[in-house]
Design a protein around this ligand. Structure first.
Ligand code: UGA
Length: 434
């Protein structure tokens, strides 16, 4: 098939690259000329495990191309993916200006029947708006389909190539046939393609993310209560996760969820509820709890240092909102940096991927080190913000020498309590006894 992907952000680039890998001819369109030039020269603009190899192979074999021209990109396309940003507007709702602008531009230049696919996370009713915007000037038949993306950063290629399910919102049989053919190579193991109407598909995406954010937040609240009653949240996770109705995944308590999706989508769903006169109480609680959770370690740090952090130096392991990404959007680390610097502390940070992004954001507010151990030198304590696997089994003998105090504030529960006690560390974590 001939596919155009409009927008080469995270979702667009993964979509374009993976569909090229399944043998389609893909043209990616982006208004950022510098980025397009780089991609034409084989430079991938994002870090995502496994993506670069596919990106290079498909570019070299001529199945993956790039352009800044919308009309060139969509020429002869049978499907057009819209993978454009939907940033939260001032009122928390998703801003559709980028999507609707492209929809406006598409109308007059469509030359044959095409399926236009909303891949971005968009509020309920967006497919109809896109339909109307294209229809204003379209001279040919077309369908607009909602096909939300469920990929996770860090494992996006795998999620795309082997999706748990594919959700397709359309009432058009013609579009259904095109979508079925397009996804056939990805669902050979029998994973379901679930058809529904456009509005339900749009809502499915928000429901999935809001449910997962709620699941995490529920565990964070259990953790907070565990600290009060002297229970261990990790045992509780194992105790309840083995119930197949609950499931083992997404039950890890920590310093809150972040990233570009959960915070934005929970907020947008709450906004949609309000607009429709529905008081979605759980979502408000989820946002509220998560806000506090991000800086949950700060009172513990203050308690340990007697309320005065002036002149203290903290080693910070992890900056990205989760491992295997350089993404720092809504990363809890940023909130902790702000709180600690505000209190007069100094931070030496290490992250395997995210340091350039944090440096671009905070400048010389903190310093960066070339490895995890360098950050520990003469630090008053270690703070763990992201569960990169390399932090899981550190060399405690080396740490003992470098750190001024044997104290760790761990926002991701990386270590077993008995193991850490044996090493002689004072250990603060989430939902477990210190
Ligand atoms: C999330 C969803 O998982 C994807 O299905 C969805 O497609 C994507 O948003 C999106 O809307 O585009 P992502 O933001 O990449 O994917 O990250 P997740 O792996 O879901 O993690 C989100 C946050 O939850 C992270 O901050 C992570 O640290 C936190 N988390 C996750 C926990 O605190 N505990 C857990 O048990 C699991």
């Amino acid at each position: 098939m001939r596919i155009a992907v409009i927008g080469t952000g995270y979702v667009g680039l993964v979509t374009g690259t993976c569909f090229a890998e399944t043998g389609n001819q893909v043209i990616c369109v982006d208004i950022d000329a510098k980025k397009v030039e780089k991609m034409k020269n084989g430079v991938i603009p994002i870090y995502e495990p496994g993506l670069e190899e596919l990106f290079l192979r498909n570019s070299n074999e001529g199945r993956l191309k790039f352009t800044t021209s919308l009309s060139e990109g969509i020429k002869d396309a049978q499907v057009i993916f819209l993978a454009l940003p939907t940033p939260p507007g001032a009122d928390g709702s998703a801003d559709l200006k980028y999507i609707l602008k492209v929809a406006d531009d598409l109308g007059p230049i469509l030359e044959n029947y095409v399926v236009v696919i909303d891949k971005s996370t968009v509020p309920v009713g967006t497919a109809e708006k896109v339909q109307a915007a294209i229809a204003k000037n379209a001279k040919v038949e077309f369908d607009v389909v909602s096909n939300p993306e469920f990929l996770r950063e860090g494992v996006a290629v795998e999620d795309f190539m082997k999706p748990d399910r594919v959700v397709i919102g359309t009432k058009s049989d013609k579009a259904k046939a095109v979508m079925t053919k397009l996804y056939a190579p990805l669902v050979r193991q029998g994973n379901p393609v679930i058809f529904m109407d456009e509005r339900s598909a749009e809502m499915t995406k928000y429901a999935a993310n809001a449910f997962l954010a709620t699941k995490i937040t529920f565990m964070n609240e259990i953790a907070n209560l565990c600290e009060k009653v002297g229970a261990n949240v990790d045992d509780i996770r194992r105790g309840i996760g083995t119930d197949s109705r609950i499931g083992k995944r997404f039950l890890f308590a920590g310093i809150g969820y972040g990233g570009s999706c959960f915070p934005k989508d929970v907020q947008a769903l709450e906004k949609t509820s309000k607009e429709n006169d529905y008081d979605f109480k759980i979502l408000k609680a989820v946002m509220d709890v998560n806000e506090n959770q991000k800086t949950k370690l700060i009172p513990m740090i203050n308690e340990y240092f007697g309320g005065d952090l002036k002149g203290k130096t903290f080693a910070m392991w992890g900056l990205a909102f989760k491992p295997y990404t350089d993404d720092i959007r809504e990363a809890p680390a940023l909130y902790n940096i702000d709180a600690l610097v505000e209190a007069g502390a100094t931070i030496k940070a290490y992250d395997p991927e995210a340091m350039p992004n944090v440096e671009a954001l905070v400048g010389d507010k903190i310093t960066f080190t070339s490895g995890p151990y360098e950050a520990l030198k003469d630090a008053d304590a270690l703070l763990i913000m992201t569960e990169w696997p390399q932090f899981r089994t550190p060399e405690f003998e080396v740490m003992n020498v470098l750190l001024k105090n044997k104290v760790i504030f761990d926002g991701r529960n990386l270590y077993e309590l008995d193991e850490i006690a044996e090493k002689g560390y004072t250990y603060y974590s989430i939902g477990r006894e210190t």
